[in-house]
Design a protein around this ligand. Structure first.
Ligand code: RP5
Length: 172
């Protein structure tokens, strides 16, 4: 986490139990040198804290909020109700229902209150960080260039994987 510059992204989660499952969100921001803050707050257990956080986020300099929660995952929606900043919902996998509960309660927002929901597990956490970067890159030429470089690296990375696969197939 960049400590010298003010946070541009807020990563919040419903419980500290979510953190190990979503850390790749923060790792993506680190990769691009984007400053962020991380907090635990709950739409159900601490609703007043969530309302205060979301309604003051923009004046404190945040540009995007990533809200992760599992189960009856209302955190992203409640945050979106209190701010005009873009809110990225990150549904956290759950033991009981596999995260389908988290996904549906994050993604099925009513009209007027959009939340950009990521995947449950898989690339969801990493993509939440990358999507925040893509939003900020609309008004940040340095970030835009970093994203373009990142896309080029992806071509190299997948090309190397394909070459390795072709080599292994030749040995069969
Ligand atoms: C949600 O309830 C949290 O986001 C977490 O995914 C889930 C369980 O929380 P704990 O019981 O582990 O605190 O609010």
């Amino acid at each position: 986490m960049s400590e010298s510059s003010p946070a541009r992204v807020g990563i919040i989660m419903g419980s500290d139990s979510d953190w190990p499952k979503i850390q790749k969100s923060a790792a993506a921001l680190d990769e691009f040198g984007v400053a962020y803050e991380v907090h635990v707050m709950s739409a159900h257990r601490t609703p007043a804290v969530v309302g205060e956080y979301a309604s003051t986020a923009e004046e404190r300099g945040l540009q995007v909020i990533i809200a992760a929660a599992g189960g009856a995952a209302h955190l992203a929606g409640v945050v979106a109700a209190h701010t005009t900043l873009p809110v990225i919902g990150l549904p956290v996998p759950t033991a009981d229902l596999g995260g389908l509960d988290s996904l549906l309660s994050t993604v099925q927002m009513p009209g007027d209150v959009p939340v950009a929901s990521m995947a449950v597990g898989m690339g969801g956490p990493r993509n939440s960080g990358l999507f925040a970067i893509q939003i900020m890159a609309l008004a940040d030429a340095d970030l835009k260039q970093k994203l373009k470089d990142f896309k080029v690296q992806l071509v190299d990375k997948i090309g190397a994987k394909n070459s390795a696969l072709q080599d292994s197939l030749k040995k069969l």
